[in-house]
Ligand binder design. Structure first.
Ligand code: SAH
Length: 220
């Protein structure tokens, strides 16, 4: 898209100046990943505004500030193996892929998962594995994870995810009701789990065995 580098630069400047995001690696990743390729053609011109946008299946790509904030809280290092729940468009996945060694991402809606897989291929992102299943049970075959990020709103943290968190691991999740949540960081230190609350957010519901029931009329 014509001028997308300039639009990204402006988006990043706003993240720093108006929103107080400071992590240089997170900002660099947001400068590099072409967010407009993660939304539908008709919405491309809106891709760099600070808002969520529809991505199909009644789901949304999160606003840039929330992506930046959660990624900053997650504190991802270059050697980390990361699990993400709620691939959606794959935008957050692509950001994580620039910061971590490996990213495993789960999306319950197969159409969205397949689209995201195609996008990773187009963008040449090679350190990501995406699968379509209920992420509230985690991904035991490839656990434990150094970092876990949940990008859908949960009633409480799914127990399997805490169990799949490595020693000194961190997990970030929006916890609350179906419409409003608070970002929470769980950290595993010396056999204990510390819980820290952050700011308010509004995510679509985390639907699954350890999350909310599916919307009425939907067959699992
Ligand atoms: N990070 C994404 C956010 C997508 S919205 C982005 O920026 O594009 C949240 C996503 O979580 C939706 O796509 C929804 O289908 C998915 N989701 C909800 N419950 C889930 C579950 N139990 N397992 C995996 N994905 C889930």
């Amino acid at each position: 898209m014509l001028g997308d580098t300039v639009l990204r630069e402006r988006m990043v400047r706003e993240l720093v100046e108006a929103r107080g995001v400071t992590d240089a690696r997170v900002l660099a990743a947001m400068r590099e990943v072409p967010r407009h390729l993660f939304v539908r053609d008709l919405l491309m011109t809106q891709a760099y505004g600070n808002h969520a946008l529809p991505i199909g299946g009644a789901q949304t790509i999160s606003q840039p500030y929330v992506v930046a904030k959660m990624t900053e809280m997650l504190d991802v290092g270059p050697e980390h193996k990361v699990l993400e729940i709620g691939t959606g468009s794959g935008y957050q996945t692509a950001i994580l892929a620039r910061l971590a060694r490996w990213v495993y991402s789960l999306e319950r809606l197969p159409d969205l998962a397949h689209q995201a897989i195609r996008r990773m291929r187009q963008l040449g992102v090679l350190n990501v594995k995406i699968q379509a299943f209920d992420g509230t049970v985690g991904w035991s075959e490839v656990a434990p994870f150094d970092r876990i990020l949940v990008t859908a709103g949960a009633p409480r943290v799914p127990k399997p995810l805490l169990e799949q968190l490595a020693a000194r691991g961190k997990l970030v999740i929006p916890e609350g009701d179906r419409h409003r949540q608070r970002l929470v960081v769980y950290e595993r230190i010396a056999g204990r789990v510390r819980r820290l609350e952050g700011e308010e957010v509004a995510f679509v519901p985390l639907v699954g065995r350890h999350g909310w029931d599916p919307p009425e009329g939907e067959r699992e």
